[in-house]
Structure formats: C-alpha cells, structure tokens
Ligand binder design. Structure first.
Ligand code: MRU
Length: 347
C-alpha cells in the first residue's frame, strides 16, 4: 500500500539540538521548541509540549543523548554515573506510556559497547528508534487497513497520529493507509476533553495531509453508533498488558463498551514497544492523574463555577474482551488473550 499522506514530524534532531513542535500551541501556532539539556526535555514531556506514547519515548531517547553530551564534557570517565539522575527524571516525566521506559532501556543497552565520546553512538540509536517507529507505523497501517471493508466510516479518539509518534501514526496510520487505498468515506474524531487532542491535533494533522475530518463532542459517540453512521472505532494505546488489556486516553473504554453494545468493531493499533509483558492485566497499570485546572479551564479561561473541584484521570483501561483486534507491526491479534499476545510477541 502507499503511504502518501505523511507530512507531519513532531520530533526532529537538528544542529545538535532537539526540536519539538510545541503541541500545546497547535493549531493556532506552529512553534518549535529547541532543547539542549535533558532536564528541559523531561519538563517538555511533563508539560505536553510533546505527547503520545511513541513520541514520548523517542523524545526521551534524544534526551539521553543530551544528558550524555553534558556528562561526558564534565566527567569523560564516569559519564554513565553522572547521567543517572537525568535518566530518572526522564523516566518519571509521565507514568502511563510504557514506551518511555522502553526507549530508555534501549538507550541504556548501548552503554556497554561505548568507548570514548558516547554522543555519536547514542545519537545513532535514538535516530534508529525513531526510524523504526515510523516503519512500524507503515506496517501497521497496511495490516490495519486490510481489516477494513470498503466504504468504511471510522471514529478515532485523542491523537494517535504522526504527532504522537515518530511519524505517520498508529490509529491514524491505519486511517491514512485505508484512505489512500480508497476504503474510507468518513473520518470522525472525538474532540477529547480536557486537552482537546482530537479537535486541536488530530483535525490539524489530517488537514495538513488534505484528509477530511468531522469533529464530534465526546458525548456524541453513542448516537453516532445508534444511527449506524460508523463501522470501526480505531484507537492507539499507551500500554497493553500481557493479556491484551489496553490503556489509552480517557474515554476510550466508553467507546469500547458502546461499540460492543452496537455491534461496531473496535481496533487498537500500537507497536510492540507499547506492549508490557511484565504486567499481567490492566488493573496493574499506573494511570496518570493530572491537575484539576485542566478540567476547570479551557485555553487558560475558567469555565466552571468558582469553587468546583475536578477529577482528571488522563487514561483508562479497556478490557481485552472488548477489543476485536490489536494491530502491531508483527501481526494482527484478533480477540486478544494471554496466549495470543504471547504468540505475537514471540513472532
Ligand atoms: O495524554 P496524551 O496526549 O499523551 O495521550 C495520548 C494517547 O492517549 C494516545 O492515544 C496514545 O499515546 C497512543 S499514541 C500513538
């Protein structure tokens, strides 16, 4: 299949700096934040300058390059010890997406073979992680698109697109590939309160590629399904446990329950770097809780009655039983179970 709709790249290494497209400012402004130290990289992940599980991992990998550069300059013989605190800061930037620790482990695995200046080896590794993520997305795009019928209408949640990955996207990668193949007639995107990743980011990146998008307030999904206006729900993931339970943006679980009730298919698209075989089930996943201001305000403007409190879990867990297909770069796991997930990972 072709991968013709592919213009956005959120993370770039240029002139010895890490360039991040500031996703807090989209779609109004396209601003690039230029970073030169690991501590600022960790802060940028925390603050959602960059977000989305694979993109966070890739960013952290480049953060390790910056950490090693600084540490080697002051302590050429013990840089690996000096960067320990930076590594910890990066690992703790956000808790739910396993891609973050996965990428840091990949980087650490290179340490043993480094003699002398670590920067060239680590930079090559960070670039490899990004490039392999893009290639995994192309592959998942093909595998996922093949599952869709012709004239398919799809609904996605949050942003699991180019902006959330090295490029091309997971859920949006499938939608891009299927659209290029002429299989998709309608793309619905949930606005995704409270951060509005759907309204601000998914809509923006699809329009960058001249793909049509119809936004929905999050509460519209039930009516959309009842009126038979959608065929597949397609989402990404932040962490998938060994049994196939799926953590993703808050609201994903509601969509899965609704989809099952209305006989609509539910697809999760995620690379194997999102699969955490160390956790047996979704209840073990740490769900990030963010500040209540994110719910009480929009764009910095208060929207709630003064004095109201809010609860703001950023993710939820969809049980494997509600998932029709998990698409990874290795293969499609239909009706995921512990055994099928293990077989896919060994593949
Ligand atoms: O809080 P965010 O914006 O980082 O949440 C992102 C999501 O939930 C995505 O769906 C997920 O990371 C998959 S990205 C390919």
């Amino acid at each position: 299949m072709t991968h013709q709709y592919d213009t956005v790249r959120p993370v770039n290494w240029q002139n010895g700096q890490l360039h991040l497209l500031d996703q807090r400012k989209l779609p109004q402004e396209q601003t690039v934040m230029k970073l030169e130290n690991a501590s600022n990289v960790a802060q940028a992940i925390k603050d959602m300058v960059v977000r989305g599980a694979p993109a966070i991992g890739i960013t952290a990998a480049y953060g390790v390059v910056l950490a090693a550069k600084a540490a080697y300059a002051i302590a050429p013989d013990s840089w690996q010890t000096v960067i320990e605190s930076d590594l910890q800061q990066l690992a703790q930037a956000r808790p739910t997406a396993v891609n973050l620790v996965w990428a840091l482990e990949q980087m650490k695995a290179c340490f043993a073979k480094i003699t002398g200046n670590p920067v060239p080896v680590l930079l090559e590794e960070a670039k490899r992680i990004q490039q392999e993520d893009i290639e995994a997305n192309y592959r998942m795009g093909d595998l996922g698109a093949a599952l869709l019928p012709s004239s398919c209408r799809v609904l996605t949640h949050c942003n699991a697109g180019a902006l959330a990955t090295g490029g091309y996207g997971t859920a949006l990668g499938v939608i891009r590939s299927a659209y290029a193949a002429g299989k998709i007639t309608q793309i619905y995107a949930d606005e995704t309160r409270p951060w509005l990743q759907g309204a601000r980011l998914t809509a923006w990146e699809l329009l960058q590629d001249n793909m049509p998008v119809t936004l929905l307030a999050d509460s519209v999904a039930a009516t959309l399904m009842l009126q038979k206006r959608v065929d597949w729900v397609i989402v990404g993931s932040d962490r998938i446990t060994a049994n196939g339970d799926v953590a993703n943006k808050i609201g994903t679980y509601s969509l899965a329950v609704l989809a099952r009730q209305h006989g609509i298919k539910f697809m999760v698209v995620a690379p194997t770097s999102t699969v955490d075989m160390n956790l047996t089930e979704g209840s073990q996943i740490v769900i990030e809780e963010r500040a209540m201001e994110e719910v009480l305000t929009i764009g910095g403007q208060p929207i709630a009655a003064s004095g109201a409190e809010a609860w703001n879990p950023a993710f939820d867990v969809t049980p494997a039983a509600l998932v029709d297909a998990i698409v990874t770069e290795k293969c499609v796991v239909e009706q995921p179970t512990l055994e099928r997930m293990a077989a896919m990972m060994k593949n």
